[in-house]
Design a protein around this ligand. Structure first.
Ligand SMILES: [Zn+2]
Length: 276
């Protein structure tokens, strides 16, 4: 789906909500509290739809030290006839209350650039004509690389790498007689003897980091790698990917900003999940 198609398809708020509703509840709206769905014994819908009018609400402003009136925008809501619970298509999802301010609250002070003494390493594996997997590793040493290869590469595969000494040992140990290397000092490809498949994926990853993300935090590198592999592996089915991603966002657990910015130890475990 390109930008023009997106602007046509999601021209207004109603179209967006309609799409979210269909993606979240493909079999009909379901109450988020009691789980009721469909029609009752009298043939009436269990969940009713309604739209609230735009109103104003009084709120005490600490900054101005007085009560101010704030606008409450019109909202599309659902109400469960069984338990009375009111909810929206975005309730409990990442789209709930999702808005951002483009002007910063406080001007950001310059932070000195700290040069890292350690470089972030990503191990990339790709099957010829198959799927890509990117895994961040502690360093480029054997101890870090071997378990990742063991986990992600089939034992009966033929391993194709560059001439790094680490791969020579791993190749001998795990892929006896099925390890091919290419010496990049001599040539980048002799027939199908090359590592250009993974170099291609790496170059796209680098473009993504520099051009789209600009900067990635090491703590979330696993998430970036997963997202990248996910997109790379589905690059020939863009439309399905859009629907699939929206479904995932509507049904998955939101990641609150507090958890996102928490210390590395607490988030390391959940970023390890691989959905690529
Ligand atoms: Zn209910």
């Amino acid at each position: 789906m390109n930008l023009i198609e997106v602007t046509k398809r999601f021209a207004d708020k109603e179209a967006c909500l309609d799409y979210l509703e269909k993606m979240r509840w493909p079999n009909g709206i379901c109450c988020l509290k009691c789980g009721i769905t469909g029609k009752d014994e009298k043939g009436r819908e269990c969940i009713s739809k309604f739209t609230t009018n735009e109103t104003t609400r009084k709120r005490f402003s600490k900054k101005k030290n007085k009560t101010v009136e704030v606008t409450v925008p019109s909202r599309s809501l659902y109400q469960c006839k069984e338990c009375g619970y009111q909810f929206a298509a975005t309730t409990g999802t990442v789209f709930h209350d999702s808005h951002t301010y483009l002007t910063p609250k406080k001007p950001r002070k310059g932070r000195p650039y700290v040069k890292k003494d350690k470089r972030d390493v990503v191990l990339g594996m790709i099957e010829r004509g198959g799927k890509l997997r990117l895994v961040p590793i502690a360093d480029g040493k054997m101890e870090a690389i071997e378990p990742v290869i063991e986990k992600h590469v089939s034992t009966d595969a033929t391993l194709q790498t560059d001439e790094s000494a680490v791969y020579a040992i791993i190749g001998k140990r795990r892929f006896p007689g099925r390890h091919r290397t290419i010496n990049h000092a001599q040539s980048y490809g002799i027939g199908d003897l090359h590592t250009n498949t993974i170099e291609n994926a790496f170059s796209l990853l680098k473009r993504g980091v520099y051009g789209t993300f600009h900067k990635v935090s090491i703590k979330h590198l696993g998430r970036y790698c997963n997202e990248f592999s996910y997109r790379f592996n589905r690059r020939h089915s863009q439309r399905q990917m859009f629907d699939e991603t929206m479904k995932g966002l509507l049904n998955g657990q939101p990641l609150p900003f507090k958890t996102l910015t928490a210390s590395a130890e607490t988030t390391a475990s959940d970023s390890a999940s691989e959905n690529s």
